[in-house]
Design a protein around this ligand. Structure first.
Ligand code: AKG
Ligand code: FE2
Length: 518
């Protein structure tokens, strides 16, 4: 009998299905066999109809896919029917779609994704998990999570094309996926939870889902389930970094995975401004660490590292009359390295990579000194070969952490002012316009310290009108200089307000959106 005869198509899958259900009891535990059987029949018939493959190839293909599917079920476990995934574009507070997890991970979706693979993936591999999940989410979010009408689907968001994909150090490890067997390949997104923690395996996905679910005992004991059973998942395009998505001022984003200065207290982000994205980072650094850094900076004698008049510019050598503080660099001290590593953990940037960080700068502002409003994002210039186009393939400054070392009183200036954000403790109707702030300043004692018509005076006006963050020992502030797609964030303009009658010491870590050549 011809092995491809219709009789075989009909009978063979039945035998196979019965054998599979018998051999892999987990299929029965996890799924209802009556749902699985018809699906399996159509699936195997489809494979059998593939005339390009020999019977031995077909059998081996079916068998690895079945055992692979079984492994997947083992990893993912039993999913409570009410749990959903809220899928967000990187940095966006509103989800583009909410999908029931049972639907996302149903047999048909998982099997049709497996059909596109050559071999069973390692379900514990981070890069494979990215690829698998992007492919699954693509199908279920195609319209709502599209950035282009013509080619709807998550794939256009995750793979921004060669010209808009920075080549990060792990680029070669990414696992491209296909939408159809003979279609083109796409680079996958990587996924983070709302705390910025990266999804690294199917087992971790299981943990996150189970954390959200109401356990059966909770129902029977009549308990109210913890939280809303929705897992917030942020999709980050290939070559880009995760960015926090603040929802409202005052929101607290816990970072349970980051070790805090005080291990008994949690590390949290508290939203100070949504756009620009500015946060207080609570319990990030200890007073002891701050003191260590300053001690080292003061003891430093090497020319390029010691405390001296600050410079700016891409070559870092130009004295700038709009930045009158002093700066020292701590490139490799133990405390500086610990802080840099922790900064990467906070930002969801993974393991520390030296070339992605700009080093720790220690700044001292003596009486009367300040730093004019500016962006940390560096403008491209003809003197440098570097590609600063962070929205394309280039790299530029991405995020800055400011760590203050001393308390400064309300009348001593020295705040970090964000020109496009409003103060938190002033009602909307009571906000000061720049004109109002200027006349208040001129009437105040500070006008004696400031030269009339100087940039310092102008800056002090902004400091009275806009979000001005007062230094406090061990206070840490995080802000971004880019938007989630790598464009420079013009709204992140900020400056250091003139200091009156005191000295402000502060240090900062700047993280780059770095690219590495292959
Ligand atoms: O010192 C401050 O408050 C801000 C410093 C700053 O913006 C910078 O160093 O880029
Ligand atoms: Fe700055």
């Amino acid at each position: 009998m011809n092995w491809r005869s219709p009789v075989i198509y009909l009978i063979f899958p039945y035998f196979l299905a019965v054998a599979i259900i018998y051999c892999f009891p987990n299929l029965q535990d996890n799924k209802i066999s009556s749902e699985f059987l018809p699906l399996w029949l159509s699936y195997t018939s489809k494979i059998l109809q593939d005339k390009t493959k020999s019977p031995t190839n077909l059998v081996s293909e079916i068998s690895w896919q079945v055992s692979c599917y079984q492994q997947f079920l083992d990893k993912i476990g039993v999913i409570h029917p009410t749990v959903s995934v809220a899928l967000h574009f990187n940095g966006q507070a509103e989800p583009c779609n909410i999908i029931i997890v049972k639907e996302l991970l149903n047999d048909s979706n998982v099997l049709s994704t497996l059909r596109l693979l050559d071999k069973c993936p390692d379900w514990e591999s981070q890069y494979f998990t990215d690829s698998f999940l992007t492919r699954l989410l693509h199908d279920l979010s195609s319209l709502a999570c599209s950035i282009e009408d013509q080619h709807p689907g998550l794939h256009q968001f995750c793979d921004r094309g060669l010209k808009r994909t920075p080549i990060l150090r792990d680029h070669r490890l990414l696992v491209p996926y296909k939408l159809t067997e003979d279609g083109p390949s796409y680079l996958p997104c990587h996924f983070h939870n709302a705390s910025g923690y990266r999804l690294s395996s199917v087992s971790l996905l299981r943990e996150w889902i189970q954390d959200m679910s109401c356990q059966q005992e909770d129902y029977t004991a009549g308990k109210t389930c913890r939280g809303h059973p929705t897992l917030e998942l942020y999709a980050v395009p290939a070559g880009r970094h995760f960015m926090f998505a603040p929802k409202y001022i005052g929101e607290i984003i816990p970072l349970p995975h980051v070790p805090g200065a005080d291990p008994t207290q949690p590390v949290n982000l508290e939203v100070l401004s949504v756009s620009p994205r500015v946060f207080d980072l609570v319990n990030f650094v200890s007073k002891q660490e701050s003191e260590d850094l300053v001690e080292r900076a003061l003891a430093e004698t090497r020319e390029s590292y010691r405390l001296q008049r600050s410079t700016t510019g891409s070559n870092g050598r130009e004295i700038n009359r709009y930045r009158t503080s002093e700066t020292a660099f701590d490139a490799a001290g133990e405390t500086a390295m610990n802080i840099k590593r922790r900064s990467f953990a906070v930002l969801g940037m993974g393991n520390y990579i030296e070339s992605y960080a700009d080093g720790v700068q220690i700044l001292r502002y003596r009486n009367g000194t300040a730093y004019q409003k500016h962006l940390d994002w560096i403008e491209p210039n003809t003197r440098s070969q570097h590609n600063y186009d962070s929205a394309g393939q280039g790299s530029n400054r991405f995020a800055t952490l400011l760590l203050y070392m001393n308390d400064i009183e309300a009348n001593q200036g020295g705040e970090t002012v964000f020109a496009n954000a409003w103060p938190l403790d002033v009602a909307e109707t009571k906000r000061l316009s720049l004109e109002q702030a200027k006349s208040q300043l001129l009437e105040s004692e500070f006008s004696n310290f400031l030269t009339q018509g100087s940039w310092e005076e102008d800056l002090a006006v902004w400091c009275r009108s806009r979000l001005a963050i007062r230094p406090k020992s061990a206070r840490t502030v995080l802000f971004y200089s880019q938007l989630p797609d790598g464009q420079k964030d013009e709204s992140s303009q900020h400056g250091a307000c003139p200091v009156f009658n005191t000295t402000k010491v502060k240090y900062g870590v700047i993280c780059w959106w770095s690219t590495e050549s292959l």
